[in-house]
Design a protein around this ligand. Structure first.
Ligand SMILES: Cc1cc2nc3c(=O)[nH]c(=O)nc-3n(C[C@H](O)[C@H](O)[C@H](O)COP(=O)(O)OP(=O)(O)OC[C@H]3O[C@@H](n4cnc5c(N)ncnc54)[C@H](O)[C@@H]3O)c2cc1C
Length: 419
């Protein structure tokens, strides 16, 4: 039974759940493909799906060194929004939002996209001015955005400490109502299933260990399961971009790999029905359907490939949460983990042809790439299929760092840990 529906649920209930098929095949590598995608994270899988569904290219393999969802796509805190300041970013992320809105139907897989809003809290008059500016920039692009007063915020999130004597009094906030969350694993599984149904081979436990070259031209990959040839090789390995590009002889990338942690508490009764961000530090929180609070903060602040973080950051994030919600002081933390982010020099991504002939590159997602998964896959597939960028990723080139045409949404300069 390949199609999910209410009818298929009922039928399976009566047949002891014996009719369900595996969500994707366990494909064996073929000697050659039209396109190989290195990295079975959200971006690699969505690229494969759109290559097949939008561009009719189905002789495609996704090579994943571990299992699907073992990277950041299965480790993130699932916030989806498009409230960026600069037009290159907000247009791209708004396109992603359009794709999110129909994704469960398109994939016939419930990705649990929930448009519960995202509220950025402001704690100083200058920050409120800055949010008003961002809200105006968004509205100028036709993207929803709303400046909220403290009274409106108190009605929206009654559990917040709204007193004037709070450690960081709340002076207002910027709300994007179309923002929200999605179920991270379901996004990976849904795209994998969609791509598999269109003929894409998804090959897990297949690590790319080198690139096959004819002069400069990339002609395939060496893997832990043998050589595989391809007319086009696309790299979408997020935090491992530096390591993988080194295999192709490219020693320096404008990317740093840094650890970002996530935290989940025990289940609580529903009290928070929006994604909330704290303005006086780096802290954001949402409540899952199971009731747990899912939250995170800043990067650990050093380069690492370890998928776990350190205690000083844990303490910082907890104290930020308690500054907003003193009533959560006795809530127990259930789980925490880390992911390896691909922090770019200007905080914006790279989706491009090259840097070698026959190669295509997708990276630089910092800690915001989950929300980009649909648009990234769509635009990367376009770039691979047509050998030129889609208008929405034309600015996300690699050579922008040589040309000085950086897209620095936060205005932080070349300090990847601050983007
Ligand atoms: C704790 C945390 C919280 C986050 N929160 C958010 C959020 O709320 N909202 C948001 O939008 N974004 C968030 N992000 C960022 C987001 O998760 C990433 O930007 C995005 O998932 C990266 O793209 P991906 O899914 O393709 O990466 P990944 O899932 O990491 O995929 C890359 C894959 O490449 C594979 N790979 C690496 N090397 C090789 C090789 N040699 N051969 C084969 N395969 C290889 C890896 O195993 C991995 O599976 C968060 C990230 C973290 C870590």
């Amino acid at each position: 039974m390949r199609e999910y529906s209410a009818l298929s649920l009922i039928r399976n209930a009566f047949r002891g759940n014996t009719d369900w098929k595996p969500v994707w095949r366990k494909a064996e590598p073929k000697p050659a493909y039209d396109v190989i995608i290195v990295g079975g994270g959200g971006h690699g899988l969505s690229t494969a799906y759109y290559l097949a569904s939008e561009f009719g290219i189905t002789n495609v393999a996704v090579l994943e060194k571990g299992w699907l969802g073992s990277g950041n796509v299965g480790r993130n805190t699932t916030a989806v929004r498009s409230n960026y300041l600069l037009p290159e970013n907000n247009r791209f992320y708004e396109f992603s939002m359009d794709l999110w809105e129909n994704l469960s139907h398109e994939l016939n897989y419930n990705v649990m996209f929930s448009q519960r809003g995202c509220l950025n809290l402001a704690h100083t008059p200058a920050q409120l001015d800055d949010y008003a500016r961002r809200g105006n920039a968004l509205r100028h692009e036709g993207i929803d955005s709303e400046l909220m007063t403290p009274a409106e915020i108190a009605r929206e999130v009654p559990a917040l400490d709204m007193t004037r004597s709070a450690r960081f009094p709340i002076l207002g906030g910027l709300m994007q109502r179309s923002a929200g969350t999605a179920r991270h694993d379901a996004v990976a599984w849904g795209y994998a299933r969609g791509a598999d149904r269109l003929g894409v081979d998804i090959i897990e436990n297949c690590e790319v260990t080198g690139f096959l070259r004819d002069g400069d031209q990339v002609t395939g990959v060496q893997t832990s399961r043998g050589e595989i040839r391809a007319a086009k090789v696309a790299v979408a390995v997020a935090g491992h971009t530096g390591e993988v590009m080194k295999l192709a002889g490219i020693d320096r990338m404008p990317i740093e790999s840094q650890v970002l942690q996530a935290f989940v508490t025990e289940s609580l009764k529903p009290f928070l029905d929006t994604v909330l961000t704290f303005g006086m530090g780096h802290f954001y929180v949402a409540q899952s359907d199971k009731g747990g609070l899912i939250y995170g903060g800043a990067l650990d602040g050093y380069n690492s490939y370890a998928q776990r973080g350190n205690l000083p950051l844990v303490e910082e994030v907890m104290s930020e949460m308690l500054a907003l919600f003193p009533s959560l002081a006795s809530v127990r933390l259930l789980r925490s983990w880390g992911g390896v982010t691909d922090m770019s020099m200007d905080g914006s991504p790279i989706i491009t042809t090259g840097p070698l002939p026959g190669m295509y590159l997708n990276c630089g997602w910092c800690y915001g790439g989950f929300k980009a998964t649909p648009a990234s896959g769509f635009c990367f597939a376009h770039t691979i299929a047509r050998d030129e960028p889609h208008p929405l990723n034309a600015a996300f080139s690699l050579d922008r760092f040589h040309r000085g045409a950086v897209i620095d949404d936060k205005g932080q300069g070349a300090t990847p840990n601050l983007h």
